[in-house]
Design a binder for this molecule. Structure first.
Ligand SMILES: Nc1nc2c(ncn2[C@@H]2O[C@H](COP(=O)(O)OP(=O)(O)O)[C@@H](O)[C@H]2O)c(=O)[nH]1
Ligand SMILES: [Mg+2]
Ligand SMILES: [Zn+2]
Length: 308
């Protein structure tokens, strides 16, 4: 029996990293004890597994998935009750954003942050392509960084074109399992290639941007970093949805809104137009940023469960 970590899953085949940097293609034989019956994939990237080596074929046979510290889901489809585990045992969720080419909307950032909050996974905002920014973009970036830092989020800005910017990034990733997410075209693959010269992953060209709305079957993949740690790339996954987030608890995941909500007159206040709402008052005084409150309202308005 060997112990390893799943670095790639393509539905029925799994690539497992074990021992001294060895990789083995594996599959499940027979029945594996399944813990989450509502997920479509019993084994996910980041899972720690026990396996045997089939002497005849040289393949691995996964016999057990060890307990997960956490996991991130997405719904398999709008109609389905089933969800897919994107990754397991994640230390931090990094959202890569850009102010231009493409512009990442604040609401998208906030959806990511509340999901991470619900999964209790620390979220970090990584702002890329600063080499392209003029004074207008820098002003916008500074505004967002100030806003999110005040709430308590870590932010880091960089250009992957500047080698001096890589050091803080490496420090951030070192010895951790990091999931990296973000719009198509922000530079996720470039990041992996830059800090991992041997990797040579295919980057996206502008012409690929229009594909992002379509359903492409891509699988998350975990990469071992030369300085220690792993990064999980999530191609084609624009955001992850929180399954079973109730409408009346969405504000719990907006940290600063939740803090202030304790002062609302009614304890079932949803901070929409209730009298004595401390949240609305804080938005008026600027204590809570209107951009965040607007994200909250938009998320409350749309069916959150449909979002993936
Ligand atoms: N100017 C500039 N371009 C970048 C930077 N990082 C990535 N790119 C470019 O952005 C495009 C999309 O990058 P890619 O890594 O494929 O994005 P992904 O879709 O998030 O994986 C590529 O043409 C990259 O060369 C950066 O810091 N500055
Ligand atoms: Mg990519
Ligand atoms: Zn309120």
């Amino acid at each position: 029996m060997e112990k390893g970590i799943v670095i790639k899953s393509t539905g029925s085949r799994y690539r497992v990293l074990f021992g001294d940097n060895k990789v083995i293609d594996s599959y499940i034989r027979g029945k594996l004890r399944i813990r989450e019956s509502r997920t479509t994939n019993p084994v996910a990237v980041g899972d720690n597994v026990l396996f045997e080596i089939d002497r005849k074929t040289g393949s691995g046979i996964i016999t057990e998935v060890l307990d997960r510290r956490n996991y991130i889901l997405r719904k398999s489809s709008n109609l389905s009750k089933h969800s897919q585990i994107i990754a397991a045992n994640v230390d931090q969720a990094i959202l890569m954003i850009t102010i231009v080419l493409p512009e990442t909307p604040v609401e998208f950032i906030d959806r990511f942050l509340i999901s991470a909050e619900a999964y209790r996974i620390p979220a970090i905002i990584l702002i890329n392509k600063t080499d392209l920014y003029g004074s207008g973009e820098i002003e916008k970036m500074d505004y967002l960084e100030t806003m999110y830092r005040k709430i308590g989020y870590k932010t880091l800005s960089l250009s992957l074109k500047r080698s001096d910017d890589l050091k803080p990034l490496v420090m951030l990733l070192k010895d951790k399992v990091s999931l990296i997410s973000g719009y198509s075209g922000v530079g996720k693959t470039t990041l992996l290639n830059t800090i991992n010269p041997g990797l040579n992953l295919k980057t996206e060209e502008i012409s690929d941007y229009h594909k992002q709305g379509k359903h492409i079957t891509t699988f998350p993949e975990m990469h071992l970093m030369p300085f220690g740690g792993y990064v999980i790339d999530t191609p084609g996954i624009r955001g992850f949805g929180v399954v079973d987030m109730d409408r009346n608890e969405i504000y719990h995941f907006f940290r600063e809104i939740f803090r202030v909500s304790k002062d609302c007159r009614f304890n079932n206040c949803l901070h929409l137009d209730e009298p004595g709402c401390a949240v609305r008052k804080s938005v008026e005084t600027g204590e809570i940023d209107f951009l965040r409150y607007r994200s909250y309202l938009n998320i409350m308005e749309t069916d959150n469960r449909k979002y993936r």
